[in-house]
Design a binder for this molecule. Structure first.
Ligand code: F3S
Length: 298
């Protein structure tokens, strides 16, 4: 039986940067809060809380004189304005890939174009991107895009600028591009799917194809983790999505010849290690009991 961990499992550079920034702020000991969850992982948020960083839900809740950390998903223009008007010192952990999208949609509108964001409508990254536009359109995929286009006046000549949520899948994006090209003559496209996400998804799929069991580790709120599990389910018969080693279901492990592990971009290394160690120990025990059974039968 073989156990393999995907090479790209765990923190991407944007998440690592956000967590490091938060840890540095906590170490300084000056008043500082996080606006929302700076990454989608409650275990990491819990550790930061132990270091003295608490979360607030709205910019209005930031205490006077405190610094505020903006999460890796970014925030809307209105949130920055509110924080600035309140004199808060902003520690910006927005991933540079996300900041780039804010800039694209902002410029598109300045040029008289209509930004169309391909992504999960209520995801914080998507609502933040929409918050840099006056009239954003958010579509979850090609079907929603088609529906919106069919209702839009003069859709053939409508100047639209498509961007993607960084953690969207290649297929969702490609389908939207195809649809927009078919329906519009004045569409422009910015493929803003994050390179780290594409690589992680591709590696997860390749690993899942070889495995009879696949374990995906990540927070239940994490969009990129859920996408990883979806992709693995397309090619692997048994996929578990877990937040920690305690949730591992090892039923059926003795029958598996190859087991794979991957993890979302906001899953810390210590959780991945706990899961890997627990599975390694279980596999060693299974192999040991097989060896003993074999010896007895000779
Ligand atoms: Fe940034 Fe990509 Fe991570 S957008 S936060 S590097 S998944």
């Amino acid at each position: 039986m073989k156990l393999e961990l995907a090479r790209s499992a765990g923190f991407c550079y944007g998440v690592r940067r956000a967590v490091e920034l938060a840890e540095q702020a906590a170490a300084q000991g000056t008043p500082c809060v996080m606006l929302g969850s700076i990454i989608h992982n409650q275990a990491v948020i819990g550790r930061l809380a132990e270091q003295g960083l608490r979360s607030v839900k709205t910019p209005e809740e930031v205490p006077d004189g405190a610094s505020v950390i903006i999460r890796s998903h970014g925030e809307s223009r209105a949130v920055y304005k509110t924080l600035e008007s309140r004199g808060a010192q902003i520690l910006d952990a927005t991933c540079p890939n996300v900041t780039r999208i804010h800039e694209i949609v902002r410029q598109a509108e300045e040029q008289g174009r209509r930004p169309v964001i391909v992504g999960t409508p209520d995801h914080p990254e998507v609502t933040a991107i929409a918050g840099w536009c006056r009239e954003p359109v958010v579509v979850s995929g090609a079907e929603a895009l088609e529906k919106w286009l069919l209702e839009a006046p003069d859709r053939r000549n409508l100047p639209i600028t498509l961007v993607s949520q960084t953690t969207s899948t290649r297929k969702i994006w490609d389908d939207c591009v195809k649809k927009a090209k078919k329906e519009c003559t004045n569409a422009e496209f910015f493929d803003t799917i994050c390179g780290a996400t594409s690589k992680r998804q591709e590696e997860a799929r390749q690993l899942a194809e070889k495995c009879s069991m696949m374990v995906v580790i990540g927070d239940s709120q994490s969009s990129n983790t859920k996408r990883l599990a979806e992709l693995c389910r397309e090619v692997c018969p048994r996929v578990q999505l877990i937040e920690s080693a305690e949730e591992l279901d090892l039923t059926g492990l003795p029958q598996a010849d190859m087991v794979g592990i991957t993890a979302g971009a906001s899953t810390p290394a210590w959780i991945i290690k706990e899961v890997y160690d627990k599975m390694s120990e279980e596999i060693m025990e299974i192999e040991q009991s097989f060896a003993e059974m074999l010896e007895e039968s000779i």
